[in-house]
Design a binder for this molecule. Structure first.
Ligand SMILES: Cc1cc2nc3c(=O)[nH]c(=O)nc-3n(C[C@H](O)[C@H](O)[C@H](O)COP(=O)(O)O)c2cc1C
Length: 374
C-alpha cells in the first residue's frame, strides 16, 4: 500500500520532533517510510525549515495547499483553534487526503498523530492511503434507471443550475484531487451526443510552458476583440474574461476530426457536433459546481494558434480552454451583468408558442456591442 502524509506543525518545530512524529505515525499503521509517496501541508508552511529538510532527506515530493482548499475537505477532527490560526479547521488530515489524491475521509489510516517535542513545539501527522486511479465508468450501466428523485434532490438540482457561474477568478496554487477529477470526467462521458458520436476530446494541460503559451494566445485575441469592439474597447478591456494562468486545471476542448456519423446530422453536420460538445461541457459545468469548483469557458483565441500549440491533426477544431478549480468566492450573478456589460433576457423574451414572436425581430439586447456581422 502506498500512502501520503499530511503534516502540520508549530513554527520552528525541530527536525527531530517532526521526524519522530512521522515515524511514530507510520508505526501506528504498520507502515514504512518507503511506502510514502509524498507529503502535503498548508501554503503557510512552504518555508518551514524542518518540513523542507525532512522531505528533502527522505526524497518525498512536497505539496502545499491554500487554506481555502484545505477547508473544503471534510475531515474526522476539525479544530476551531487550528482554524483561528491558519484559516482552515484541518491541516494534517486535509493535506494528507489531498496529497493522496482523494477527498474521501475513509482513506485516512492514521487520522491524527500528535507529538509534543521537548521544547514544547507540536507536530501533527496524518496518513492517507493513495487511492488507485478511479476507473471511469463506461457509458452507462445504471443500476437504477427508473430512480425517482426526491423533492430535496430536485431542489438541489435547481439550485445547482441557478448558482452555476462562468468563473474567471481562481484560487492560485490550488489543486483538484484525482477522485474529483475522475468524477468530472464521468460527467463529461455521461452527456448526450448526436448519434452517440462523442465528438469532444479533452487535452489536460500540465506543461506550464504550454499553459503560458496558451494564455498568451488568449491575451492576443483579447486585444483583437477589444479593437473590433470599437467604442466599447476600453470597457471590454476592463472586464475579466479568463483565468487561464491561475486555475488549478486547464483543459483544452477539441472537436475531433469528423468521423462521418450520419445519424441525426445528415443536414446540420457541423452544428450537431458542436451542440454535442456544448452539452458535454454543460454536464461538466454543473458537476464542477457540485464539487464546489469554478469553471470558465474561454473562447478568446485564434483557432489556428491553438491548432499549432496543441499540435492537433488536420480536421480537429479547438473549441475552448476550460479553466477549472477552487475559487475564493462564486459570483452572485453573471460577471457580465455585474460589470454592466450586458443584461440577461427575462423568460418571456425566450419562450413563445407555435410561432416566432414578432417582438424577437426588434430585440435590441446586442445593440450595445459592435455587431459581429454588419
Ligand atoms: C461557448 C461559450 C464560450 C464562452 N467564452 C467565454 C470567454 O472567452 N470569456 C469569458 O469571460 N466568458 C466566456 N463564456 C461565458 C459567458 O460569458 C457566460 O456564460 C455568460 O456571460 C453568462 O454567465 P454565467 O455563465 O455566469 O451564467 C463563454 C460561454 C460559452 C457557453
Amino acid at each position: 500500500m502506498k500512502v501520503a502524509l499530511g503534516i502540520g506543525c508549530d513554527r520552528g518545530t525541530p527536525l527531530a520532533t517532526l521526524a519522530r512524529a512521522v515515524d511514530e505515525a507510520l508505526a501506528v499503521a504498520g507502515l514504512q517510510r518507503g511506502q510514502v509517496t509524498g507529503v502535503g501541508s498548508i501554503t503557510l508552511k512552504a518555508d518551514e525549515p524542518a518540513l523542507l529538510a525532512l522531505a528533502a532527506q527522505a526524497g518525498w515530493p512536497l505539496h502545499f495547499y491554500p487554506a481555502t482548499q484545505l477547508a473544503e475537505v471534510v475531515v474526522p477532527h476539525p479544530s476551531e483553534t487550528v482554524r483561528r490560526h491558519t484559516g482552515t479547521p484541518s491541516v494534517s488530515e486535509a493535506a494528507a487526503l489531498l496529497a493522496a489524491g482523494t477527498t474521501e475521509a475513509s482513506a485516512l489510516c492514521v487520522e491524527k498523530h500528535r507529538l509534543r517535542g521537548g521544547d514544547g513545539r507540536n507536530a501533527t501527522v496524518s496518513v492517507a492511503r493513495v487511492m488507485p486511479r478511479t476507473a471511469i465508468p463506461p457509458c452507462v450501466a445504471n443500476p437504477d434507471p427508473a430512480r425517482r428523485f426526491t423533492a430535496s434532490e430536485r431542489e438541489a438540482v435547481q439550485a445547482l443550475m441557478q448558482v452555476r457561474r462562468d468563473m474567471r477568478h481562481f484560487t492560485a496554487g490550488a489543486q483538484v484531487a484525482e477522485d474529483v477529477r475522475a468524477r468530472l470526467q464521468s460527467a463529461l462521458l455521461a452527456a448526450p451526443s448526436v448519434g452517440l458520436m462523442q465528438p469532444l476530446r479533452v487535452l489536460r494541460i500540465t506543461d506550464p510552458v504550454l499553459r503560458d503559451r496558451l494564455a498568451a494566445a488568449v491575451d492576443q485575441e483579447r486585444m483583437r476583440t477589444a479593437q473590433a469592439l470599437g467604442p466599447r474597447a476600453a470597457e471590454f478591456l476592463a472586464l475579466r474574461v479568463e483565468g487561464v494562468r491561475e486555475c488549478a486545471e486547464l483543459w483544452a476542448l477539441v472537436l475531433a476530426p469528423d468521423d462521418g456519423t450520419l445519424f441525426g446530422r445528415r443536414t446540420l453536420a457541423s452544428e450537431m457536433a458542436w451542440c454535442s460538445a456544448g452539452a458535454a461541457v454543460q454536464n461538466l459545468w454543473l458537476a464542477a459546481r457540485a464539487e464546489h469548483l469554478g469553471l470558465g469557458w474561454v473562447s478568446l483565441f485564434e483557432p489556428g494558434d491553438l491548432h499549432t500549440l496543441l499540435a492537433l491533426p488536420a480536421g480537429a477544431v479547438p473549441l475552448g480552454l476550460l479553466c477549472i478549480g477552487p475559487v475564493d468566492r462564486f459570483y452572485e450573478t453573471p460577471l457580465l451583468i455585474q460589470q454592466q456589460w450586458r443584461q440577461a433576457r427575462p423568460v418571456p423574451a425566450l419562450f413563445t408558442e407555435n410561432n416566432w414572436a414578432p417582438s424577437w425581430n426588434t430585440d435590441t439586447s446586442a445593440t450595445t456591442e459592435q455587431p459581429l456581422h454588419s
